[in-house]
Structures are given as structure tokens and as C-alpha cells.
Design a protein around this ligand. Structure first.
Ligand SMILES: [Zn+2]
Ligand SMILES: [Zn+2]
Length: 265
């Protein structure tokens, strides 16, 4: 493999890791489930930059994902292969995300109450209908790399940084359709090893639905959650905080956001 191919591979992996770090560590385990604490400055940085890095609004993503946990695999689930099928879910997750953003912007209580504890707004880009700006930014960077270096490098960057629709589809479809179960949850969540390996442990949906407050999604000795490894690395740098010694019994409680919502409704 020559140096150019290695550079393309490095750029793809770096961009993929940056995107998945925002989604699985900051958005999912941090903002949505509060399995990790984000110090104030980090939280503000994530909220300010998350939309630009991932193309996904942190409040919109958190709201949609909490609705997924609340209504998992029922007709009200924003994305379920049980009701929409394995491939149609890719389109359903996009439609649901747009609906959630519209609901939050219009201050519809059905959506706002679910994220009442998140003290920041939907980004100005989404409020003004400029959701496409991050895609334009990353497309422009990809084109500049193509123009200056080569199409393979430009494509590696763009596909790595904008990989979330494919990551999301794999987790939302296979994680609720194909795999094994460690826990008898009320949904169709599954543990899918391939998806877990590709998407930072997110494939362990059955484990995660049983213990959503746990930062670690792997539960058996042979399950590998490298998203949790990222959490440990970031914790050692002080970027996130959590109690890595907490046992599952301590974490087997309703999530704080669910309590807040239930008090309101
Ligand atoms: Zn799920
Ligand atoms: Zn979750």
C-alpha cells in the first residue's frame, strides 16, 4: 500500500472517529442518557460545534433518541424495523428527525417535554432552515482535497465525516432485528456484534435498552464496546466524567429525563 492510500485510509478513519465520538460519546451517552457528565465548558463546546461536525442537531438528536427509548418498537417509535421494515427505516429515521426538529422549533409540548432538562435551543441553522450548511462545508472541504490532492482523499474525508446516516441505519435496523438478547426487554432490541464492532459498541442495543444509564454497552466478557474505550480515554483527559466502578444495580433506575417528563405530563 503506497503512502497516498495510507493517507486516504487515515483521513477516513479520523473523520469517522470524530463523527462517531460526537454521536456516541457526547450526544448519546452524554446529553441523551447522562451516563456521562459533560463539564460545563465541554457541554457548551459540544452544543456549539456538534451540528457543524455531524450535520445533526444535538437537541433534535437527543429528543428523537429519547422518544425511541420511550416507545421502542411500538408504532410511536421514531425508527423501528418492526413497523417500517429493514430498509425503509433509513427513510423513516430522516422523516422522524425532521418532525422532531419541527416540533421543537414550534415548541410542541410532545417534543419539548422530553428534553426539558437540556438547557439549550435547537441550533440557529435549523431554526432558520439552514440545516444543509454543515453538508456544504464538508462537501467544500472534500472538493478542495479532491482539487488539490485527488478524488480518493476528498471522498475519504466526506464519507468518513458524513457517515452518520449509514451508522444510524445499521444501529436502528440491525440493532432491533438481527442478533441475540441478553435481557428480556419489552422491545425487539438485539445485540448485533458486527454493528457493535463497526459503530463503537452501539450495536449492543439489547444491553443498552436494559441499562440505558450505563456508559458501557458491553455486558459479557467477549463483547467489545470501543465507544466505551473512547469514554475512558476522554475521562482520563477530563473531557467527560463518570463513575466507571458503578455496578449495574446502581444504574438500574429510571432515567432523570424520564422522571422530569413524567412529572410534567
Ligand atoms: Zn434502540
Ligand atoms: Zn440510547
Amino acid at each position: 500500500m503506497d503512502a497516498y492510500w495510507l493517507l486516504c485510509l487515515f483521513v477516513f478513519v479520523f473523520a469517522y472517529l470524530l463523527n462517531i465520538c460526537y454521536i456516541t460519546v457526547f450526544y448519546h451517552r452524554g446529553l441523551t442518557h447522562q451516563a456521562l457528565e459533560l463539564p460545563d465548558g465541554v457541554r457548551r463546546f459540544v452544543v456549539a460545534t456538534g451540528g457543524w461536525i455531524t450535520g445533526l442537531d444535538p437537541k433534535g438528536w437527543s429528543c428523537m433518541h429519547r422518544l425511541h427509548h420511550r416507545y421502542s418498537d411500538t408504532p410511536k417509535d421514531p425508527h423501528s424495523p418492526v413497523h417500517k421494515g429493514f430498509f425503509m427505516i433509513a427513510y423513516q429515521q430522516l422523516l422522524s428527525y425532521k418532525a422532531v426538529l419541527r416540533g421543537l422549533i414550534k415548541r410542541d409540548p410532545e417534543y419539548c417535554n422530553v428534553v426539558k432538562d437540556l438547557d439549550f435551543e435547537v441550533s440557529w441553522m435549523n431554526r432558520r432552515g439552514l440545516w444543509y450548511l454543515p453538508y456544504v462545508l464538508h462537501g467544500a472541504i472534500g472538493l478542495i482535497l479532491t482539487w488539490q490532492v485527488g478524488w480518493l482523499l476528498g471522498s475519504a474525508y466526506f464519507l468518513g465525516i458524513m457517515s452518520h446516516p449509514v451508522q444510524g441505519w445499521m444501529v436502528n435496523s440491525m440493532g432491533h432485528a438481527l442478533g441475540y438478547r441478553n435481557f428480556n426487554t419489552h422491545d425487539n432490541s438485539k445485540n448485533n456484534t458486527l454493528v457493535a464492532l463497526l459503530v463503537a459498541g452501539e450495536g449492543y442495543q439489547n444491553n443498552h435498552h436494559r441499562y440505558p444509564r450505563a456508559a458501557k454497552f458491553s455486558m459479557r466478557w467477549w463483547e467489545v464496546d470501543w465507544g466505551y474505550t473512547m469514554c475512558l480515554g476522554l475521562a482520563s483527559l477530563g473531557v467527560v466524567k463518570f463513575d466507571s466502578s458503578a455496578n449495574l444495580r446502581d444504574l438500574d433506575q429510571p432515567e432523570p429525563w424520564d422522571l422530569v417528563t413524567n412529572q410534567v405530563s
